[in-house]
Design a protein around this ligand. Sequence first.
Ligand SMILES: Nc1ncnc2c1ncn2[C@@H]1O[C@H](COP(=O)(O)OP(=O)(O)O)[C@@H](O)[C@H]1O
Ligand SMILES: C[C@@](O)(CCOP(=O)(O)O)CC(=O)O
Length: 314
Amino acid sequence: MVKVFAPGVVKLFGEHAVVYGKPAIATTIDRGVFIECEKSDRLIIESIGTPSTLVYLPEEGRLEALGAERFFAYVNTALKIARERWGKLKARFSIKSELPPSIGAATSAAVSVGILKAYSLCANVEVSKEELAKLGHQVELNVQGIASPMDTTAVAIGGVLKIWAHPFRVEKLDVSLPQFYIVVLPRRGTTGEIVADVKALLDRRRSAQSVINAIGEVVEEAEGCLRRGDLNCVGELMILNNWLLGALGVVDNRVMTLLDLLKTFVYGGKISGAGRGGVVLILPKDETVVEKILSATGYTYFKVSISKTGVVAI
Ligand SMILES: Nc1ncnc2c1ncn2[C@@H]1O[C@H](COP(=O)(O)OP(=O)(O)O)[C@@H](O)[C@H]1O
Ligand SMILES: C[C@@](O)(CCOP(=O)(O)O)CC(=O)O
């Protein structure tokens, strides 16, 4: 049996501006998606604990999972690409995620790259990280129509990465951070819708370009702070990055309320990803107090570490 771990990804700095040529800094985390592959007499995929509405049709003695086909789009596409590339495989794939889908923690990239990696191992084919990154991006492009290569590259390569999307380039940063929190807020809108709204703002208002430029400068300064391990600086720039994202219309009151509630006990925090809820990163100064506040106020949160490796066989 083959077992694979594909990490989730968060954006430390630079989302949205990355769409307009600025670099972003993303990191893989130690929570993600586990995928098992075992040869079998037919192809079966099970995804454990996924959300779906079950409909029972007693007259037909059949159960339907509503929305499940759409949910399996990344798995299906990854399997199709793997089959074209490495030949047919009859196997049982089992998927178990430690992160909720659709909050901006890159579960779609983790599932796509994870399935590709598990398939290749099960088929006894050696695949480089670069090829996994390329094929993973292909899966996202096929499913979504447009997709940035940021998440799939991060899942394939792992660690803290400085990424330019246009033209695509990636640089691994040898930096570390203490454990931090990802707080999950219900997300209002999809990545595509939110990115489109930001584009419309930039088309409408010339001065909004200066916000993009400022985010680009924050990313460059933050890289220096990360390299020095200066947490005060990293936290302060997270807050600054978050205000700039607010100027683009992607940070709502729920995020500001959360950051305000925690501000005495943290270095800083910001949304991660497209925004309007979803993942909020919190870099704690006092973990005990931060956890007490988050638990007492009923937030869903995970304590995570940077993972230095991308998708791996375990
Ligand atoms: N455990 C899983 N099994 C199968 N597909 C999954 C699983 N988790 C996530 N996905 C796929 O990834 C999609 C979520 O991707 P997206 O909305 O881009 O959010 P994110 O990638 O930020 O989590 C889900 O709708 C589903 O298609
Ligand atoms: C807003 C953006 O920079 C990141 C989106 O991240 P996510 O899908 O919310 O995890 C868009 C992109 O890079 O394609």
